[in-house]
Design a protein around this ligand. Structure first.
Ligand code: SPV
Ligand code: MG
Length: 537
């Protein structure tokens, strides 16, 4: 329902309704969340939160700016305390336009002179507006509104200024006649006598609104019984915030530590919740380019890597330094460079030495008797949310191009294959050679290439490339991956199996494993020679 209509309904409701002061987007949201059906955009509180006096020191456009935040943060109507309308009838018309543009439901104007002073500061010394001039302002406002349900509340300050009941009634009648949708009758007494006397005389000519700040001890049922329309709790949110801030500031200054205040203040997670951070995260999933956002990595680094001889006597391979920096650090840097921050490293051999800050660690303490798939399962067991995942090795150096390219592919399973495989063959290296649906060629450009088989034993004539050790698994395929690992790991050979076993199993189950061909951009550290060569990678 339109906010203007909601507010009109509050004014016309048969029971007493309540609206709560708010002075910025956050307090407005809190008011709505608490269950209030409307908000009072208090002039006192809005100026107070700016740190200025309630004397029109904040310009009306500054007030408008804040109202926009309040309106955007809420779905309930806001009644702006529009002071005297910030000028004459002409300013009032522009104000109404601007309020409607910002989805503010209603404005209340008071019959004082610009610049006004708060009613509780020497109220009886305050001059009132000329009745005819004020009626013209109401009429101009009503003529300016484009939404029929926009409301103008006329606030009678006759009691505040010490003029008594008859003047209050005379003014209210004139304002009602001029088109005001409701009367706000204000009083600075600590008892409700003035407003009750007014209401008895006024009857039900139009809805009457009250602000019981000073007669706060009056039981609310008294207002209900007298048939008031809306009761405004006009400044309590701002006053509560001031008290809490003063206490916190004092404690922090005296104690010089956060412990004394932490339990008394809301956690930052509550701030994020009120700001709607979760909604943005959802939107990011929908609207941001897929690339690497929302992708995580699992780095398999549990094995010792005996092929590096004394370098890995005590140190795990992933901690061997390449160009003065541990391999693992190069790996996390490359992932970070494409926005992949969530990295889970499976450690095993020499795990106490693998403690670089940044990644999360899970331990495969059975690393000596188990293989890569066991490590992978260990990592997945710790990751319960389903997110696109790149699985790679702790002994492979790579350019950020690789995770970037994998992230962009939408297939459930994607691997990166190096077409420069002859180099490995010439070096008699045992490598994970692959045969694909098409070799890398100009003809293949644009076709969807999938894996047919992976193995170190592929005959040379059948090889299309070398697997670089990267497998991307799409979020939706993770349940299948978990299920397959469960099955494979149920056998003794399965517990020692390496990643290619999984890839071949996917092929034999008819699950396409998408291949992206690339040349270079990576280096597998398998020998001391590789370590030396990697220094210039
Ligand atoms: C306000 O909240 O700014 C008001 C109400 O105008 S009062 O301060 O009671 O005058
Ligand atoms: Mg005010």
């Amino acid at each position: 329902m339109k906010k203007t209509t909601q507010f009109k309904n509050l004014l016309q409701s048969s029971g007493l309704e309540f609206i709560l002061e708010a002075h910025n987007g956050m307090s407005a949201r809190i008011a709505e969340e608490a269950g209030f059906k409307g908000i009072w955009g208090s002039g006192l509180s809005l100026s107070a939160q700016f740190g200025v006096r309630d004397n029109n020191e904040a310009s009306w456009t500054q007030v408008l700016e804040m109202l926009e935040f309040m309106s955007d943060a809420t779905t309930i109507p806001i009644l702006l305390d529009g002071d005297t309308g910030y000028g004459n009838f002409n300013n009032m018309q522009r104000l109404v336009h601007k309020l409607e543009q910002r989805d503010i439901a209603a404005v209340c104007i008071e019959d004082k002179l610009f610049p006004k002073t708060n009613s509780f500061i020497k109220g009886d010394a305050q001059p009132l507006a000329d009745i005819d001039e004020f009626c013209g302002k109401i009429k101009a406002g009503k003529d300016a509104q484009r939404d029929d349900d926009f409301s103008i509340v006329a606030r009678v300050e006759a009691f505040i200024a010490g003029w008594g009941l008859q003047e209050a009634l005379r003014r209210a009648a004139a304002y009602h006649e001029a088109g005001a949708d409701a009367i706000l009758i204000h009083s600075a007494l600590s008892v409700p006598d003035e407003v009750l006397a007014f209401k008895r005389e006024w009857g039900d000519r139009c809805p009457v609104v009250i602000v019981p700040t000073k007669y706060y001890a009056t039981p609310t049922d008294v207002f209900r019984e007298h048939g008031f329309s809306i009761c405004i709790w006009a400044n309590q949110m701002m006053r509560a915030a001031i008290g809490a801030m003063q206490q916190t500031a004092k404690s922090l200054l005296e104690d010089e530590n956060l412990l004394s205040v932490e339990d008394r203040i809301v956690p930052v997670s509550e701030v994020f919740r009120l700001q709607g951070a979760a909604e943005l995260q959802e939107a990011e999933k929908r609207y941001l380019p897929k690339s690497a956002q929302g992708v995580r990595a699992i780095v398999l680094a549990a094995s010792r890597g005996t092929e590096l001889g004394e370098l890995t006597e005590t140190k795990p391979k992933a901690m061997v330094e390449i160009g003065g920096t541990p391999l693992l650090s190069h790996i996390t840097t490359a992932y970070n460079a494409v926005g992949i921050k969530k990295i889970t490293v499976v450690r095993g051999f020499g795990k106490q030495m693998m403690d670089l800050p940044g990644p999360d660690y899970v331990d495969n303490d059975e690393f000596a008797d188990t293989g890569e798939l066991f490590s992978l399962q260990t990592a997945l067991a710790k990751l319960d949310d389903e997110q696109d995942t790149i699985i790679s090795y702790g002994d492979v150096l790579f350019n950020k191009y690789i995770p970037q390219a994998l992230s962009e592919e939408k297939d459930e399973f994607v691997i990166a294959v190096d077409t420069n495989w002859r180099e490995s063959v010439n070096r008699h290296r045992l490598a994970d050679y692959v045969r694909c649906s098409h070799p890398n060629s100009r003809q293949a450009f644009g076709s969807r290439i999938v894996l047919e088989r992976i193995g170190a034993d592929l005959p040379e004539g059948a090889i299309h490339g070398e697997w670089m050790g990267f497998l991307k698994v799409g979020r939706t395929a993770l349940p299948l991956l978990r299920e397959m690992l469960e099955e494979i790991l149920a056998t003794p050979e399965g517990r020692r199996a390496k990643m290619p076993v999984l890839l071949n199993e996917l092929v034999s189950r008819g699950r396409p494993v998408r291949v992206i061909y690339t040349t270079g951009h990576w280096l597998d550290i398998d020998s001391l020679d590789d370590v030396v060569q990697a220094g210039s990678f």
